[in-house]
Write a protein that binds this ligand. Sequence first.
Ligand code: PLP
Length: 337
Amino acid sequence: MIWAHADGCRVVDSEGREYLDLSGGFGVAALGHGNERVRRALAAQPVVHALGDLAEAEATVALRERLPWPAKLGVTGEDAVEIALRTALLATGKAGIVAFSGAYHGTGLLALAATGFSRFRAPFQPWLPGPVFRRPFGRDPGTLPASAGCVIVEPVQGRGGAGVAPSHFLRTLRARCDEAGALLVVDAIYAGLGRVGELWPGADVADVVCVGKALGHGLPISAALFVNRRLERVWQLGPEDVYTHTHTGNPLACAAALVVLDEVPRLLERVREAGERFAAAGWHGAGLLRARPGDALAAWRRGVIVVPAGEDGSLMSATPPLTITDAEIDEALERLR
Ligand SMILES: Cc1ncc(COP(=O)(O)O)c(C=O)c1O
């Protein structure tokens, strides 16, 4: 299927076939595809590309001021995870990572090492950093290994299949990290920015929160947010930024992010309501991060875009624009019947 047009929650393919998009493009199009305010913000930018970590454009500076904590910016979600994990190494001197079954943190070697999906890791095993201590998601991991510099966790698992942990889980992890002198990294790349009904899920307990996906609303940008503000300092490693990318802090992406941060807070109540509509139809998860057993390709044939999820791919996940209406939800669920 080739996307020819995308507007709100609807996608038209190159053959003119119309779909209801319950994927939101992997949860990115939080305000709906083709959002007019985002388009205007992009068109208004006087600088399209500046000098990354050497010289930022005004939009990038504005985004830094707008974010609630100091941030190190990345381009992909995986970059944000990489920054967070490197922060833990710099801050603690310990290379070990505690990560969870069903977790997905990206495909770069460091994020991949922490990812729970063994089929993604297997081809690259000899190169993977560590040690990584894998524990069951949702359960107390027990006393952390002495070499663990951090615990990384999704507040609600995305690719793992909309897995929701018991409510005390994150607090237990906080306590385990405090006991062991490790950092708690919350990977809110899928679940953050309103998707589960909160802007910054896990920020009440985390040292670092990672966001990506919806942040740039289709323009690639991510951030590792230093909720524990002291951590920003561990990156003062000399006159040069030793972990950066050409496109870091891209002004267009930052302009889009400013719109997202302005609009999403108004949608949080609606996300909770819309999530209930999915729950009533048998979709588990939280907010608008939902899944149920099913075949994603069969759903496409019925005119509904969903994404395969779960470690064995047996689930289909729904992460639609947060602007989805009740009528659109009902229409999509009816097509899937
Ligand atoms: C929770 C989580 N972390 C990290 C990533 C990696 O993000 P990206 O694909 O932008 O590198 C993803 C992508 O799906 C994700 O869901």
